[in-house]
Ligand binder design. Structure first.
Ligand SMILES: Nc1ncnc2c1ncn2[C@@H]1O[C@H](COP(=O)(O)OP(=O)(O)OP(=O)(O)O)[C@@H](O)[C@H]1O
Ligand SMILES: [Mg+2]
Length: 453
C-alpha cells in the first residue's frame, strides 16, 4: 500500500508525522517544565514562610502571642499554617489558620531538628519544621493546595490540545503547497517526455537555468536522448546499408535472368548466367553470414574464455591464404612466430586474423609483400599485418571499421567484399578487451595491429 503512494503523498505524510512528533514533544516538555518549576516555587515559598514563623516564635516569649498573618504578608493563597507543641503522645495545636483536616501531620520523631521537610498528601503540599524553643519542642507547618497549579496545568493542556491540531493543519497545508510547487517542474518534465517518440528523438527538454536537481535530471535525459538518437540513426543507416547491399546483387541477378529469358538461348549461355547468379548468391550469403555474426557477437560475451596460442593460429591462417596470395602475385611472409598465449575465443581470433591478412592481400599490388608479425608490445600480445598496397586516405581511415564502409564504393567481386570485415575484427577485439589499430598512407601501404588485453 505504502509503495503505491506517490512521492508527493509520502513526503506529505513524513512531514505530518515529523511535525506531529515535534509538537507533541514540545507540548509535553512545556507541560513538565511548568509543573516542576511551579512545584519548586511553591516549596520555596512554603519554606520561607515556615522559617519566618520560626523567627516570629523566637521573638515571642509566649508562643500563644504570635499571629499567623503571613497570608497577607506574602500574598500567597491559599496558605494554611499551624504551630503545634510536641507533647507526650502526640501534638497539641497552639495556633492554626484553617489548616485542612485531611492533611495529616508528620510524625515529629521522624523529622530532624531545624530542617524543613516537604510532604504531599491529597491535593496539598506541606512544609514542616521541628524546632526547640525555650525548652519546648514545636512543630511548624505550612501548607497550600495544588488546585491552583492543577488548574494552570489543565488550562495549558487544553490550550495545547487546541492549538496543536491547528498548527499541524496550517503546516500541512503549507507543506502541500510547497511540495506541489516543487513538483511542478517534474510534472512538466513528464508531459514533455511523453511527447517524445522514436520518430522525434531530436527534441530536447528545456533547461530552466536554475542548476537545480531538475535541471541536472533534464541534462541527463537530454544526454540519453542524444545517445539514443545517434544509436537510432546508426541502426537506420545500417538497415539502409543492408538493403542497399542486398539489392545490388539481387538487381544484377534479376536483370540478367530477365534478359536471358527474353528469347531461347544456347545451353552454354544458360550455364554462364547460372554461374553468374550463383556468384551473386554467394555474395548475398556472405553478407547475411557476416551480419548474423555481428548481431550474435554480443551473445558470445558470456562464454568462458580459453587459453589460445596465437602462433599456431597465425600459421594456419597464412597457410589458408597462401594460394590466394600467390595468385595475386603477393609474397606473404610470417615472422617471429614463437608461442604467444592469450585468453580468448579461438574461433573468433581465427576470423579476425583471416580478415586482416585477407585484406592485406586483397588491397596489394602484384609484386609487393605482406608481412605478418607476432610479438609483444608493452607485455601485451600483438599481431601486425603490414602491406605495401594501395593504402587508405586519412579521410577514410577513421571510417573503415564501420559496417559496409568501403573506400572504393564501386565494389566488384575482385576488388573487395561487403565492407563488414574490419567491423567484425573490431567487434572481436573488443570482446577480447583488446583493440584494432590502423596506420596507413595512400599509395605506400597499411599496417594493421591487433593488440590483446
Ligand atoms: N590493407 C588494406 N589496404 C588498403 N585498404 C584497406 C585495407 N584493409 C581494408 N581496406 C579498406 O577498408 C575497407 C573496409 O574493409 P573491410 O575488410 O571492412 O571490408 P571489405 O574488405 O571491403 O569487405 P569484407 O571484408 O566484408 O569482405 C575496404 O573496402 C578497403 O577499402
Ligand atoms: Mg575485408
Amino acid at each position: 500500500m505504502y509503495k503505491t503512494l506517490s512521492i508527493k503523498t509520502r513526503l506529505l505524510l513524513y512531514g505530518i508525522a515529523i511535525q506531529a512528533g515535534v509538537l507533541l514533544l514540545f507540548g509535553y516538555s512545556l507541560y513538565k517544565t511548568l509543573e516542576l518549576s511551579s512545584k519548586e516555587r511553591l516549596q520555596t515559598s512554603l519554606k520561607v514562610i515556615v522559617l519566618d514563623i520560626y523567627d516570629d516564635l523566637a521573638e515571642h516569649t509566649q508562643i500563644e502571642d504570635i499571629e499567623l498573618d503571613e497570608e497577607g504578608e506574602y500574598e500567597f493563597t491559599p496558605l494554611f499554617m499551624r504551630v503545634s507543641r510536641v507533647v507526650e503522645g502526640g501534638l497539641q495545636t497552639v495556633k492554626a489558620t484553617a489548616f485542612p483536616e485531611e492533611v495529616a501531620s508528620v510524625e515529629p520523631s521522624k523529622l530532624p531538628l531545624r530542617k524543613v521537610r516537604f510532604s504531599q498528601s491529597g491535593s496539598y503540599i506541606t512544609a514542616a519544621l521541628r524546632v526547640r524553643l525555650a525548652g519546648e519542642e514545636l512543630l511548624i507547618e505550612t501548607a497550600t493546595s495544588y488546585k491552583l497549579l492543577n488548574d494552570t496545568l489543565k488550562n495549558l493542556f487544553y490550550s495545547l490540545a487546541f492549538i496543536t491540531p491547528i498548527i499541524l493543519l496550517f503546516a500541512t497545508l503549507g507543506a502541500k503547497f510547497l511540495i506541489r510547487r516543487s513538483f511542478a517542474p517534474v510534472r512538466e518534465l513528464i508531459t514533455r517526455l511523453r511527447g517524445i517518440e522514436a520518430n522525434n528523438l531530436s527534441s530536447r527538454l528545456p533547461l530552466r537555468g536554475s542548476e537545480d536537481e531538475i535541471d541536472a535530471l533534464s541534462k541527463e535525459i537530454n544526454g540519453v536522448l542524444t545517445r539514443l538518437e545517434e544509436a537510432f540513426e546508426r541502426v537506420s543507416q545500417f538497415s539502409g546499408d543492408i538493403s542497399h547491399e542486398l539489392k545490388t546483387p539481387l538487381t544484377a541477378m534479376r536483370s540478367e535472368l530477365e534478359i536471358t529469358l527474353r528469347k531461347p538461348r544456347q545451353r552454354q549461355e544458360y550455364e554462364e548466367v547460372m554461374r553468374s547468379a550463383l556468384e551473386e548468391i554467394g555474395t548475398i550469403e556472405e553478407i547475411v553470414h557476416n551480419l548474423l555474426f555481428l548481431s550474435r557477437a554480443k551473445l558470445q560475451r558470456n562464454l568462458p574464455k580459453e587459453r589460445v596460442e596465437l602462433g599456431t593460429l597465425l600459421s594456419q591462417q597464412c597457410r589458408l591464404l597462401q594460394d590466394q596470395a600467390q595468385q595475386r602475385g603477393v609474397a606473404l611472409r610470417l615472422r617471429g612466430v614463437g608461442e604467444v598465449f592469450v585468453r580468448g575465443y579461438e574461433r573468433l581470433i581465427k576470423i579476425a586474423l583471416y580478415n586482416v591478412i585477407h585484406n592485406a592481400i586483397l588491397y596489394s599490388d602484384r609484386g609487393t609483400a605482406v608481412a605478418v608479425t607476432l610479438g609483444k608490445r608493452g607485455g601485451r600480445a600483438c599481431v601486425t599485418v603490414s602491406d605495401e598496397g594501395v593504402g587508405i586516405d586519412a579521410e577514410h581511415l577513421a571510417h573503415v571499421t564501420k559496417s559496409f564502409y568501403r573506400v572504393d564504393r564501386s565494389r566488384t567481386r575482385h576488388t573487395g567484399g561487403s565492407g563488414l570485415g574490419l567491423a567484425i575484427v573490431q567487434k572481436i577485439m573488443e570482446q577480447h578487451g583488446g583493440k584494432l589499430e590502423l596506420e596507413s598512407q595512400k599509395g605506400v601501404g597499411t599496417v594493421v595491429t591487433l593488440l590483446w588485453e
